[in-house]
Design a protein around this ligand. Structure first.
Ligand code: ZN
Length: 195
């Protein structure tokens, strides 16, 4: 979602105004009620199970060692289940045989909300131009990155009794489960929110 400095409707510079409990960038022009709500954008993610392995893909714009889930945005008038199946088809040519929800995960760094599905897939892999490479990883060998979609993989693995191992994408080293550290930090804390 772009961050506007000028109203996209009338071109007036936006101003920070208190609205619905937060400061929002809003248009003050008479008759124009544009408000940049800046709500997180939902993004679909697929833990793709293909021939007993999990498919990870590397975006063409990413560093060579970085692989992740197939992700994409919902289209208008599309259910998330259909959206994730469509993204999978577009990006890998695989067909979704079943689509089931793993969970919903924050991705505040990008102001997104991840809706993660387990997708059982069949077919022949053919990558779109968006993707440079893929790999198939046995669930018991999976190492998980410490970010949004990684937590969906962790939950999927844990639910099936597989080891849950996180690693640091920068160093490549194994790290402790970052969610446990976050939970310990959050324990006893009160929600800090000042409108
Ligand atoms: Zn305006």
């Amino acid at each position: 979602m772009p961050s506007y400095r000028y109203c996209p409707h009338c071109g007036t510079p936006l101003m920070a105004l208190p609205m619905s409990g937060r400061e929002r960038m809003a248009c003050v022009q008479d008759g124009c009620q544009f408000v940049q709500w800046d709500n997180p954008l939902p993004v679909l993610a697929a833990v793709v199970e293909y021939e007993g392995k999990l498919l990870l893909a590397r975006n063409a714009a990413w560093p060579p060692s970085m692989y992740a889930l197939v992700t994409g945005f919902l289209e208008r008038d599309e259910t998330p289940e259909a959206g994730v199946a469509r993204e999978l088809k577009e990006e890998t040519n695989l067909d979704a045989q079943s689509v089931s929800l793993i969970g919903v995960y924050e991705f505040m760094r990008k102001n997104e909300l991840i809706i993660a599905y387990h997708v059982r897939a069949t077919g022949t892999i053919a990558l779109s131009e968006e993707l440079a490479d893929y790999k198939l990883v046995a669930p018991e060998k999976m190492r998980i990155w410490n970010a949004g979609t990684g937590f969906a993989v962790a939950d999927w693995l844990a639910a099936r009794g597989y080891p849950v191992r996180f690693f640091d994408r920068q160093t490549g080293e194994d790290i402790p489960d970052p969610r446990q550290a976050a939970r310990a930090e959050g324990a006893g804390a009160t929600l800090q929110y000042r409108p």
